[in-house]
Design a protein around this ligand. Structure first.
Ligand code: SAM
Length: 219
């Protein structure tokens, strides 16, 4: 495939790189974030993990505390630069610039995958292709955990429009005042179950007020 399917998203996150982690400072989300910071690393105990769209490495550094190794990828050098500055034991994480839609060959020997706040940015029409690409990059039985946002009135950025396919969008403002329209979907539990059915066994969804965490094994 020439180029990626997410050029506007890439540009937005390149510009947002240095201010990205402010999202983890929202006061009302602190209890749930603390729970996730505790919950996620344990899932990957001793595993070799492929992380797609790793961003600034916020979750990478935590997963790396328990995992045997993490190969953490993102399309943007600007966020990878920040991720590489995280206090991570030497040799535990390999950062790579790579498209989440083409993870094949990135992670020899991996038996797990993680994607944080990435699903919501994938167009509904592209979800099956993304999930299939991940399934084909890892052996059957691999553990997959996907974490993302639920929409919460008054805390989430309002949805500004919905397109003909049912994808929803937000208008986001950077500290510079520049605004970007960003695709951000908030799938229902039924939509999540339907989407992963072709590749997943033992799927289990945990929902809190602000987040959802879907964990399954690859068929
Ligand atoms: C919402 S951020 C999530 C970052 C990180 N996973 C976290 O939870 O903090 C989405 C990330 O997707 C990255 N991205 C956008 N398009 C991508 C693509 N096609 N392949 C891989 N990463 C992509 C952006 O650079 C950005 O870092």
């Amino acid at each position: 495939m020439a180029g990626t399917v997410t050029p506007q998203l890439e540009a937005y996150y390149a510009k947002r790189a240095r201010e990205y982690e402010r999202i983890y400072d929202k006061a009302e989300r602190q209890d749930e974030l603390a729970w996730l910071r505790d919950r996620l690393p344990g899932l990957f105990q001793g595993r070799r993990v492929l992380e797609v769209a790793c961003g600034t490495g916020y979750w990478t550094q935590l997963i790396a505390r328990k995992a045997a190794h993490v190969t953490a990828c993102d399309i943007n050098e600007a966020v990878l630069e920040i991720a590489r500055e995280k206090p991570i034991p030497k040799g535990r994480v390999t950062f790579a610039k790579a498209d989440a839609f083409a993870p094949g060959g990135l992670c020899e020997g991996c038996d797990a995958a993680f994607a944080g706040f990435w699903w919501s940015h994938v167009r509904k029409a592209d979800l099956a292709r993304w999930l299939a690409s991940m399934a084909s990059a890892l052996p059957a039985g691999s553990l997959v955990a996907i974490l993302d946002n639920r929409y919460v009135e008054g805390s989430s950025t309002p949805v500004s429009r919905r397109d003909a396919e049912g994808n929803t969008y937000q208008v986001r403002e950077l500290l510079s005042g520049e605004t970007h329209e960003v695709l951000k979907n908030f799938p229902t539990a039924a939509e999540l179950a339907d989407a992963v059915r072709p590749i997943a066994a033992q799927a289990h969804l945990e929902e809190t007020l602000y987040y959802w965490l879907l964990v399954f094994r690859l068929k």
